[in-house]
Design a protein around this ligand. Structure first.
Ligand SMILES: [Cu+2]
Length: 211
């Protein structure tokens, strides 16, 4: 009986440590200034069995002539609900570059100023979807569809902390909507102690005014 108890305790310990890791990432530009709205995506060379389930529906508002949030990171199959919260019409124009051999999805609609009638679209193609509006040329937004369920984006201070991560070796990919070249990949070893990484973009993004 004692042996069974010992085994159960050991299993509980393994289960506990398997999800105990956390990673903090700070992203700066070429000059060392913190960069918000940088996607951070984690991939394990040995993928863990326990995968979190990202939200199936994500809302993107059109508000004060901005897409809000500016950047959304989602899993394939996520439905995006575009909602116009302004007092006038907007467009939702989405263009996606072709990735691999499959044609990426582009879509477009005119959205009247009625928050009770959002426009829903399911995204299945991986990669960057650039959002714009025919009526207001300065409106820009991005949706990045990623194949990994471990992701987040940096805040106004260029920081992101991901908790409840599986322990182990992990590749950390950074992606910024304005980048032309891929960012240098990062790597971290996640364990019981919180891990921290600094990433530097290979360019300086434009500074956007706050909403
Ligand atoms: Cu508009």
């Amino acid at each position: 009986m004692n042996a069974v108890r010992t085994l159960l305790a050991a299993l509980a310990c393994i289960a506990g440590t398997a999800q105990a890791a956390s990673l903090s990432v700070t992203v700066t530009d070429k000059d060392g200034t913190p960069v918000p709205d940088t996607a951070v995506m984690l991939r394990y060379p040995a993928p863990p069995l326990n995968r979190p389930v990202p939200p199936p529906v994500v809302v993107v508002d059109q508000e004060k002539m901005r897409f809000n949030p500016y950047l959304s990171i989602v899993a394939p199959g996520t439905t995006i609900l575009f909602t116009n919260r302004d007092a006038f019409d907007h467009h939702v124009v989405a263009t996606a570059p072709q990735i691999g051999t499959a044609p990426a999805k582009s879509f477009e609609t005119r959205l009247p100023p009625d928050p009770t009638k959002p426009f829903g679209v399911k995204l299945t193609d991986l990669g960057r979807h650039a959002l714009s509006c025919h009526l207001h040329s300065r409106m820009r937004g991005y949706i990045y569809v990623t194949d990994t369920p471990w992701f987040g984006k940096t805040d106004a201070q260029g920081q992101l902390t991901l908790d409840n991560l599986p322990a182990g070796l992990v590749d950390v990919q950074l992606w910024h909507p304005e980048q032309f070249l891929d960012q240098a990949p990062l790597r971290a070893q996640l364990g019981t102690a919180p891990a921290a990484l600094s990433g530097q973009l290979n360019f300086n993004p434009r500074v956007r005014r706050a909403l």
